[in-house]
Write a protein that binds this ligand. Structure first.
Ligand code: GRF
Length: 212
């Protein structure tokens, strides 16, 4: 039986698209059962509808607190019978109790090689820091922002001519490979957490080789 996945989005949803595309393969171990957006009318919702996936808009602005907003999302995910949650460009901080309720079953994609460049504007900061390799990371979500055991990382070179936009585009291409891979590994039960580390039972242990 395929595992059911809920995806939380706030924007354009290109990572959601990568997950939807991967899930079309009959051999993929997971199906996208629900997409939740905290913002109405974002393109991610159109992508889900086009793929025939149920969507819900749960506007954070309609709730008196983070706790009540998170509780509404939690209820929607549980009603849909979701096994795993993917954060895909979801731009809200989550409460500790929500995160703990999905411990080991919720993953996020972040556009840097963590633990470098947590937070926002990662591409700009990578260029400013002069790093030669940048990339993306998929990790299990813990209450600390952009923390948590790493499942998959992909590296790309930083070129002398890069702007934040050109670098972002190179990283995004890898995000679209890394996220479906991480979900596949998790849904197949190939991830074991050992303290702050995730041990991934796969060739390469969850790393994607630098493509260039
Ligand atoms: C991606 O860069 C992702 O790594 C970050 O937010 C962005 C979302 O893009 N968390 P998209 O909505 O998936 O296109």
């Amino acid at each position: 039986m395929k595992k059911k996945v809920g995806v939380l989005v706030s924007g354009r949803g290109s990572n959601l698209q990568a997950l939807l595309d991967a899930a079309k393969d009959p051999a993929f171990p997971a199906e996208i059962a629900l997409v939740i957006s905290n913002i109405p009318d974002v393109f991610a919702l159109e992508r889900a509808a086009k793929a025939g996936v149920p969507t819900q808009v749960i506007p954070h602005k309609g709730f008196p607190s983070r706790e009540t907003f998170d509780a509404a999302m939690d209820a929607a995910l549980r009603d849909a019978g979701v096994d795993f949650v993917c954060l895909a460009g979801f731009m809200r901080l989550l409460t500790k109790s929500f995160v703990e309720g999905w411990q080991g079953r919720m993953i996020n994609i972040h556009p840097s090689l963590l633990p470098s460049f947590k937070g926002l504007h990662t591409h700009e900061r990578a260029i400013e820091a002069g790093v030669k390799l940048h990339g993306c990371s998929v990790h299990l979500v813990t209450p600390e922002l952009d923390d948590g055991p790493l499942l998959v990382q992909a590296a790309v070179p930083v070129l002398a001519t890069d702007t934040p936009d050109t670098l972002a585009a190179r990283v995004l291409e890898q995000e679209h490979k890394a996220y479906p891979l991480a979900l596949k590994l998790l849904a197949e039960g190939k991830v074991t957490v050992d303290g702050v580390r995730a041990v991934v039972d796969a060739p390469g242990g969850g790393a994607l080789v630098n493509p260039q």
